[in-house]
Ligand binder design. Structure first.
Ligand SMILES: [Zn+2]
Length: 246
């Protein structure tokens, strides 16, 4: 075989391999929130989520990740943290996973709204929340991976007190950490060189966050939290998770 031919064959093979991994993208509105849905084949173990649209590093890392990993990813299309609701209102999409959390968040960020307007919005969310949750859930026994970025001081230090277990390997880099809801996932991640906390019980105030709901339902969930802009670090930590968490 000539050198040129073997090179061509190799390239052709690579193109075939890439085609097998070609992700498809569509758009879907769930509970009033617009999502980009990237699907790359079927995975028995993985689902992915970007719930805060302004967390651009996480968005870039997840989009790139889906080119080479199987599973379904939902990415909020809005480019701000809050999503529009009702008549000119706004809501943090990571507070709508319970009625109590949504009510508190709507009241906080829509101070001009009447009780009736709040009640109408809560009623709409009650009707549509189940469909959103069903779309985001991983396959049975699988893992939901969510990616977040922080930029305003939030760090693993805020989670330590309310966690069931912690592994703080990088105390000087508190903005980078995993939060897991399942003990086995925590134990796998605790072997990494990164910070990890376990929150397996839905303790404290019901804030309407997805992590709290997944803990309450016994769904395997890992949140990968990295400071905004630290793209290489978020990519590295996500790859560590893929290679070491079943
Ligand atoms: Zn976030």
């Amino acid at each position: 075989m000539s050198d040129a031919l073997s090179r061509y064959s190799r390239r052709e093979f690579q193109q075939l391999a890439l085609a097998a991994f070609a992700p498809s993208t569509r758009h879907r509105t769930l509970a009033g929130v617009r999502f980009e849905v990237i699907r790359n084949g079927r995975s028995k173990t993985r689902a992915y989520l970007l719930i805060h649209g302004n967390e651009q590093t996480a968005r870039e890392v997840l989009r790139e990740h889906m080119k080479a990993h199987r599973g379904t990813a939902h990415l909020v299309e809005q480019d701000t943290r809050m999503v529009p609701v009702g008549n000119g209102g706004k809501l943090d999409p990571n507070r709508l996973f319970s009625r109590a959390g949504a009510e508190r968040n709507l009241k906080r960020f829509n101070s001009g709204w009447s009780d009736g307007a709040i009640a109408r919005e809560l009623h709409r969310l009650d009707r549509e929340r189940g469909k959103l949750i069903a779309a985001l859930l991983p396959p049975r026994g699988g893992l939901l991976v969510t990616l977040h970025n922080n930029s305003e001081g939030y760090s693993v230090k805020d989670e330590i007190e309310i966690s069931n277990a912690t592994s703080i390997r990088k105390p000087d880099e508190p903005h980078e950490f995993f939060l897991a809801t399942a003990k086995a996932d925590f134990e796998a991640l605790a072997k990494s060189p990164y910070n990890v906390v376990l929150q397996s019980e839905a303790a404290g105030e019901d804030d309407g966050s997805l992590s709290r709901l997944m803990a309450a339902r016994g769904v395997r969930y890992v949140n990968l939290e990295v400071e905004l802009g630290k793209r290489a670090m978020q990519h590295e930590m996500l790859n560590w998770l893929e290679a070491n968490v079943p």
